[in-house]
Write a protein that binds this ligand. Structure first.
Ligand code: ADQ
Length: 478
């Protein structure tokens, strides 16, 4: 393993690897699937880069190691820190607050102390691993203090930060007891990226409201101890998917066959409605189920003509709100199936499981209506994955206005999921639309997702950060 310093680093809560045990009982690391990894891996390889992150198990971290030409530097997080930094401050304070407080946020001083401490640990490792004038790209809400901590130690670095979730309006952000520290943490970056223009505006407005700075256009000048004046740029960079890979999986004969099997197994209904989400209260699963139940009660829909499949990936199962949500969702599914199901033919097929990419793509291919109805979502990649899987341009996407994806997928059937009547109407509109209308919409959305893929997202962000195009970002390289 090389001890060379890296000229490009990614700093994220999680390392992009899973620990797997093979048939002989040997444990080894495997690159985890996912858009972010796909987009950044070639840049990391070309730059002999380093990814700093948590390996996912509490306790001492394994040694740094190389995998497929990328150096991975695990960060240790203790059991108490998992509870306070990760489950506590990140997922019970920041997550609900940044998602419009759709669930009550909790603030605890001990959580904050752990958040600061863990952020410092990430920043220190990145500072040690970075070469002179290196580029460091920090990811997401768990690490908002890292940019300023890093700049303090290494003013020579070029620092980017990308927030994957929404950034709240000023009034909401002001509730945060540590609002000044968080804002100053982010202002340590040269470039702060958001999913949507509104989020960047919220951030810039906040610098004025809270710190009295004078944002101009996409920039705000900050005066810190390290430089007379430094410009921080804040702008939107909507994330996307690895469209080419998604499309090629959707075209595989086994995936096509599996989609037909799924339809068969569901009893060959006229309409399959699909939901695929992490089991998270921001995703609007309860509202979606309620709309479906009311449509069945109203006689607008009937079983087995129409069935719903809800995949709900297990998520943050030790955080209280998530335990409660699971109970509520499962109660509602039971209620719908009790009232409208038949022997061997439930109205809602509820799957609390993770799936591999091929099975998920087969589900996308089988679904006539994809319901993506979050109450608030940074982007929502499921919406884009569905679109890219519809190779024949059929199918309908029912999309919440409150998903970042709504800013790009204008041709979706867009709804306000907080308005039950509108949500039900949206289902009916998608269901009764003519084939011509659906094909026209899907074709336009597919074109968009093809052009705006995750590789383009990474290129745009890094070139805004000032990484020379020819150095790391050429088409061939990505
Ligand atoms: P998430 O909240 O996790 O991401 P999303 O963008 O929908 O939400 O990504 C979920 C990913 O998990 C998708 O790629 C999907 O295919 C996969 N997935 C979901 N259910 C699965 C299952 N049962 N089995 C296997 N895979 C499953 C956060 C923000 C989003 C933002 C992303 C990226 O909350 O708003 O879009 O980061 O920036």
């Amino acid at each position: 393993m090389s001890n060379q310093k890296a000229s490009f680093l990614v700093v994220a809560n999680r390392l992009p690897v899973d620990s797997v045990t093979d048939a002989d009982g040997n444990r080894h690391w495997r690159r985890s699937p996912g858009g972010l990894v796909t987009a950044l891996h070639p840049v990391l390889q070309a730059e002999k880069g380093t990814w700093v992150g948590w390996a996912g198990n509490a306790g001492p971290a394994p040694e740094a190691f190389d995998l497929e030409g990328v150096r991975l530097h695990p960060v240790s997080i203790s059991q108490a820190e998992v509870q306070r930094y990760y489950e506590g401050f990140s997922n019970a304070s920041l997550w609900p607050l940044y998602h419009d407080a759709v669930e009550t946020r909790t603030f605890r001083r001990s959580w904050w102390a752990a958040y600061e401490e863990v952020n410092q640990r990430f920043a220190t490792i990145a500072a040690e691993e970075a070469a002179q004038n290196a580029v460091v790209w920090v990811q997401d809400y768990q690490l908002q203090l890292v940019p300023a901590m890093l700049r303090q130690m290494r003013p020579d670095l070029r620092i980017g930060f990308f927030l994957h979730i929404p950034f709240p309006p000023v009034e909401l952000f002001m509730q945060m007891p540590q609002r000044v520290q968080i804002l100053k943490g982010l202002l340590g970056a040269d470039l702060v990226g958001f999913q949507r223009p509104f989020a960047a505006q919220n951030f810039l407005r906040l610098t004025k409201h809270l710190l009295g700075l004078q944002p101009r256009g996409h920039y705000v000048a900050v005066d810190d101890d390290l430089a007379d004046e430094r410009l921080v740029r804040a702008e939107s960079f909507p994330i996307s998917i690895d469209t080419a890979t998604n499309e090629s999986i959707a075209a595989e004969p086994e995936v096509i066959k599996r989609a037909e099997e799924i339809r068969n197994e569901l009893g060959d209904p006229r309409t399959i409605i699909l939901g695929v989400d992490r089991l998270d209260y921001t995703k609007g699963i309860e509202l979606r189920l309620k709309a479906f139940r009311e449509l069945l009660e109203d006689g607008e829909l009937s079983v087995p003509d129409t069935v719903m499949v809800q995949v709900a990936t297990p998520s943050r199962e030790r955080v209280e709100h998530y335990m409660k949500l699971r109970n509520k969702v499962e109660l509602e599914v039971g209620r719908i199936n009790g009232d409208f199901g038949q022997v061997g033919g439930p109205a809602v097929h509820y799957l609390h499981q993770s799936y591999d990419r091929r099975e998920l793509t087969a589900l996308y291919r089988a679904a006539d209506i994809m319901a993506v109805t979050p109450m608030r979502d940074g982007m929502n990649l499921v919406a884009k994955e569905y679109v890219s899987s519809r190779l024949d341009n059929t199918g309908a996407l029912l999309l919440s206005e409150f998903a970042g994806a709504a800013g790009e997928l204008h041709q979706a059937y867009q709804v306000n999921p907080h308005d039950m009547a509108a949500l039900k109407q949206g289902f009916l509109e998608a269901m009764h639309a003519s084939d011509t209308d659906k094909i026209k919409r899907m074709r336009a959305m597919r074109r968009h997702v093809r052009k705006h893929d995750v590789q383009r997202w990474a290129r745009r962000f890094l070139s805004a950060l000032g990484v020379p195009e020819q150095q790391a970002l050429s088409r061939q390289c990505l």
